[in-house]
Design a protein around this ligand. Structure first.
Ligand code: 5AD
Ligand code: SF4
Length: 472
């Protein structure tokens, strides 16, 4: 019998989890695991979970319920199934998962994925293992297979985690508890990984961090580099034509980062800059440490540096004690900024966060009604932004085959999905495209210089509510 085994990973939540899931499969490759898309057949199933809102966390338990049936059906056969829970629910609930879900063999937090082979060995001996410590070693450096795996990777675009954790302690947010204190990778580590990605054919890298612009990695000169300086260095790497980063806190948009938006063609003109709310009183209660006015002023400075920049944001409605007037301040701020895309949520009290204990929790139906009004405004802005691109020319990076024969799917500089009739050999290339048709979530374009033929119908809209990624 061979040692070959298969692992199925299901990823919830933000882009950081997407990145982490890849690192888990990297760590498992040297001990004989390959990935499978077929859950029914997998030897190991990992749920990489999200704890940011209650709904996200509850999904995990219903999924474990479904998995248990598959596991039970295979019990006693030659092919038992191991179930592991990773990510932020694992970190936050640890032992509780073991008690509530007997089918689970292993629970491990975001700081432990590089130790997965060892944890599995322990779990394989019949014990049920919980590992939610924050170990002192550097998990990024400790990944044995990362070098090989990264060069085998991965399409045209890639994520690259540069920092993790958060010290901001917004009063609604679990991240400082589940992901721990803010930690930046060194400049050398980041540049090294970025070079390997570029050599493997990656054209666009999105730097990830829960609070990515708090980045302060050790530079080769021994001083700490901020994200702006890091971006200037990344822009020098041949083949990396596009850089993005997510997700940012307004208080960490320093001059050098704004200068990077002004000076670097490779830095795409799209910025996810969550404000969460418009009322200064609510911003204070959220511990955001800035006012609405300061945010507006910051956006003015960024737009002066890069006039075509598109803004995206996150919003929470119904934070404790939010009045109609407070909510109106959020709508006013949104009208003033004009967002190209946005993510908005009803406040969800998270155990252990200060917000959960505040007086004046807002009734569910009020939250729902405010969310609907906010989303109507944000969708209108998104449609207007997309419509403004009709008839214009832009560069599109072709990332994948399109939905229809003869089509490729790509991204605009502003992260819009663009569908274009184009030959398959343009995959991985950037081409000039003129936009001929516009939907609320995607554009249809034609290669400049080509004549338009019969046009394929537009792809159905992606959802507006999906989580943008990290948190900030
Ligand atoms: N309730 C609702 N939304 C939340 N977010 C973070 N914590 C909560 C919470 N407790 C939102 C914020 C953040 C995004 C990723 O999720 O808007 O920016
Ligand atoms: Fe940190 Fe962002 Fe959470 Fe605030 S919302 S605590 S900045 S991760």
């Amino acid at each position: 019998m061979s040692d070959a085994k298969t692992v199925f990973v299901r990823t919830y939540g933000c882009q950081m989890n997407v990145y982490d899931s890849d690192r888990m499969t990297d760590a498992l490759a040297p001990v004989g695991y390959s990935t499978t898309e077929n859950l029914e057949e997998a030897d190991l199933v990992i749920l990489n979970t999200c704890h940011i809102r209650e709904k996200a966390a509850e999904k995990v338990y219903s999924e474990i319920g479904r998995l248990r049936k598959v596991k039970d059906a295979r019990a006693g056969t030659q092919k038992p199934m191991t179930i592991a829970i990773a990510g932020c629910v694992a970190q936050a609930e640890g032992e509780e998962i073991i008690q509530r879900a007997p089918a689970v063999d292993l629970v491990f937090g975001p700081q432990s994925y590089h130790r997965l082979p060892e944890l599995l060995r322990r779990a394989g001996n019949g014990a049920r293992v919980v590992e939610t410590d924050f170990p002192a070693e550097d998990k990024f450096a400790a990944l044995p297979a990362a070098e090989k795996a990264v060069t085998m990777k991965r399409g045209v675009t890639s994520f690259l985690t540069v920092q993790e954790g958060c010290d901001k302690f917004c009063t609604f947010c679990v991240v400082p508890y589940t992901r721990g204190a803010e930690l930046s990778r060194s400049v050398a580590q980041v540049l090294d990984e970025a070079r390997r990605l570029a050599e493997a054919g990656v054209r666009e890298v999105t730097l990830l961090g829960q609070n990515v612009n708090a980045y302060h990695g050790q530079g080769p000169d021994g001083t700490d580099w901020g994200l702006g300086r890091l971006l200037f260095a990344l822009a020098e790497i041949p083949g990396l034509d596009r850089l993005r980063y997510t997700t940012s806190h307004p208080r960490d948009m320093d001059d050098e980062l704004i200068a990077a938006h002004r000076d670097l063609d490779a830095l795409m003109p799209y910025l996810h800059l969550p404000v969460q709310a418009g009322s200064d009183r609510i911003l204070g209660l959220m511990n955001r440490k800035h006012t609405g006015e300061e945010y507006l002023h910051l956006v003015e400075r960024i737009r002066a540096a890069r006039p075509d920049i598109a803004l995206s944001g996150d919003f929470i409605v119904g934070f404790p004690s939010e009045t109609e007037a407070d909510f109106q301040a959020t709508l006013d701020l949104v009208r003033e900024i004009g967002y190209a895309s946005a993510f908005s949520f009803k406040y969800s009290p998270r155990p252990g966060t200060p917000g959960a204990n505040l007086d004046g929790q807002v009734p569910e139906e009020v939250k729902s009604e405010r969310l609907a009004r906010l989303q109507a405004l944000l969708s209108q802005q998104q449609r207007a932004f997309n419509a403004s691109k009709r008839g214009t020319e832009m560069d599109v990076l072709f990332e994948k085959p399109g939905r229809f024969e003869g089509q490729l799917g790509g991204r605009s500089p502003w992260l819009q999905a663009v569908h274009v009739e184009a030959p398959a050999e343009l995959l991985g290339e950037i081409r000039r495209v003129v936009i001929e048709d516009v939907g609320s979530n995607s554009l249809v374009g034609r290669l400049v210089g080509e004549h338009s033929g019969a046009r394929a119908p537009m792809e159905k809209a992606d959802t507006v509510e999906a989580n943008a990624g990290g948190v900030a």
